[in-house]
Design a protein around this ligand. Sequence first.
Ligand code: ADP
Ligand code: MG
Length: 387
Amino acid sequence: MSEAVAGAVAERFEELYGAGPEGVWAAPGRVNLIGEHTDYNDGFVMPFALPHITVAAVSRREDGVLRLHSADIDGGVVELRVDDLAPETDRNWTAYPAGVVWALREAGHPVTGADVHLTSTVPSGAGLSSSAALEVVVALALNDLYELGLKGWQLARLCQRAENVYVGAPTGIMDQTASACCEAGHALFLDTRDLSQKQIPFDLAAEGMRLLVVDTQVKHAHSDGEYGKRRAGCEKGAALLGVDALRDVPYDGLDAALDRLGDEEEVRRLVRHVVTEDERVERVVSLLESGDTRAIGPVLVEGHASLRDDFRISCPELDLVVDTALGAGALGARMTGGGFGGSAIVLAEAADVDTIAKAVQEAFAAADFTAPRVFEAVPAAGARRLS
Ligand code: ADP
Ligand code: MG
């Protein structure tokens, strides 16, 4: 499958740029199993990679020119000069790959230009991290071509810097690390403080279960601002509690911490979500490691309630997915990603999946919501060279 994709992308590259590419690379989108809004609190996350990938054909250039083309965007080849790249000057899709080149050069890596053509099967703006897939595929290609010798986690850091500083989007480190470092058949237990990671076996098919992603197709117009507010609230909580990050509030010290926050009701709710969510990630890790996979269902549901009631970033469509799926027999379900729209995940016995998917579709129709996109997520490989 990937060979055919790589061949087609290389052919299009040759049509655009007059010669074949030096190589073709792929990087996946991701869903987060558990650990939401913990990554900017130095906490734990547990994403896994999707089979949906962004594929890029790339060649080096030595003349300082960066040419970018996406099959998924109307418009032709965009030509930039690497010397001219500057943060927050580009509001288009090209800011993501250009930001990666900028971040590599800022870090002292001698990247002197490139020709890039890419295409993606990662739904864009659905909370499945098409932006990280785009950054990571470009970073990996340049790492290989320019023989930079950077490891996955280092590429992830540079991609995060590209997104935070160059694009101007304040995101944590989870998405890029997931795209760069995940392994097929595993979820990635990542400590976002020191970036230490552990691959946790997560092979649902072998145990008779399946996991659905339900993309609500809702994109909240204010999600960036709300994200910033939550983030600022978490920082305020850490400051009031005298810790570097909310990760440092121990789960068994949560009640005492909440007491200390007194009448800061908003901050108390944010703190409660983050501290309990870190505990839920650790609980899911130990359940999966002890082979008790079905028991993670209720933990996912707890996580959803916490995001809905304490962190307040769910929306009617996401709640409807979760409630309907549970009502139709799912083992667990929760919203995933930044919130205010995007996608939810549903864990279910393989035999129940079709009934659940149908129930969700019907509930959306009855509520007059846009029909959701439902697909199965099989934990897939992280970024890699295809040819
Ligand atoms: P998400 O990462 O959840 O999909 P973001 O808003 O972070 O959503 O990133 C989506 C943006 O990434 C798009 O608006 C576009 O600028 C860029 N992007 C993603 N995929 C592609 C693609 N295949 N071609 C060009 N740009 C893309
Ligand atoms: Mg994104």
